[in-house]
Design a protein around this ligand. Structure first.
Ligand SMILES: [Zn+2]
Ligand SMILES: [Zn+2]
Length: 260
């Protein structure tokens, strides 16, 4: 693998021990990022619907953390749970609009898998939610959906797809779906973010299988947003402006989608 071309500058899906099934502190994740030679990290703990997810107040108060710790740019995020097939998620707009990076994911703790039609409807609604930036581990085969329809919607709304390296280990069958999604993202010019979904400091930046798949499919490295700090920070900056447009345009497009 060409490590220079297919590499990341930071992991944008990580969990701290705010959840009992994760094992490191923010400081330890930052130190791990430094060891990897990274420039940034996003802390994206589980929303409250997960059995040991963070309480809503955790996300509200992240604003008080420094923007840079030991030279690592710290982005404050969340991995929200999709709660139903109308795309309802488990943090309120009042919190989501101030976060840097919000990933929305299906987890069995929060929602039983639906039909292809139901799962597709949920993804489409989540993409239309102004406050969600990225779809998390969408390759999970237990939540099948119409891939092309969803990728086209991502393109339409300027949102992105995650390729989650942890899925290749814990969500068996993800690789085939990820390959199809990567091909579609290439076709529809949808950017990708490549993450480890680290639940401890020892996993930060472990994205090798995902990168190998992207390279084998010739996905343009410049479209991997966390390949450069400029790429991912530019995206986050644009999205933050869009999230705050509700100051001028009134309530969000679909406020019911992101109200607890
Ligand atoms: Zn997840
Ligand atoms: Zn996660």
């Amino acid at each position: 693998m060409n490590k220079k071309t297919y590499s990341i500058i930071g992991d944008f899906h990580t969990h701290t021990m705010v959840s009992q099934h994760a094992y490191s502190t923010t400081q330890e994740l930052v130190e791990a990022s430094r060891r990897q030679g990274f420039q940034a990290i996003a802390i994206t703990n589980h929303g409250p619907e997960m059995m040991d997810g963070a309480i809503a107040h955790h996300f509200l108060c992240m604003d008080g953390l420094p923007e840079v710790i030991d030279g690592i740019r710290l982005y404050k995020g969340a991995e929200v749970n999709i709660k139903n097939f109308a795309g309802r998620i488990d943090l309120p707009v009042s919190i989501l609009r101030n976060l840097d990076f919000t990933i929305a994911s299906f987890h069995v703790e929060a929602i039983d898998p639906g039909t292809i039609e139901e799962n597709t409807a949920a993804w489409l609604a989540v993409i239309q939610n102004r406050y969600v930036d990225c779809l998390g581990h969408a390759g999970n085969p237990i939540y099948p959906f119409h891939h092309e329809q969803v990728v086209k919607e991502l393109h339409k709304h300027g949102k992105i797809l995650e390729i989650n390296a942890n899925s290749f280990i814990v969500r068996k069958g993800s690789e085939k779906n990820c390959a199809l999604l990567i091909e579609l993202c290439k076709h529809y010019q949808v950017p990708i973010v490549v993450n480890s979904d680290a639940h401890s400091a020892w996993s930060v930046g472990e994205v090798t299988p995902a990168m190998e798949l992207l390279e084998s499919l010739d996905y343009p490295p410049e479209m991997i947003l966390n390949h450069t700090l400029e790429g991912i920070s530019g995206f986050i900056q644009r999205r933050k402006q869009e999230k705050r447009m509700d100051f001028f345009t009134g309530p969000a497009q679909s406020p019911q989608l992101s109200t607890i």
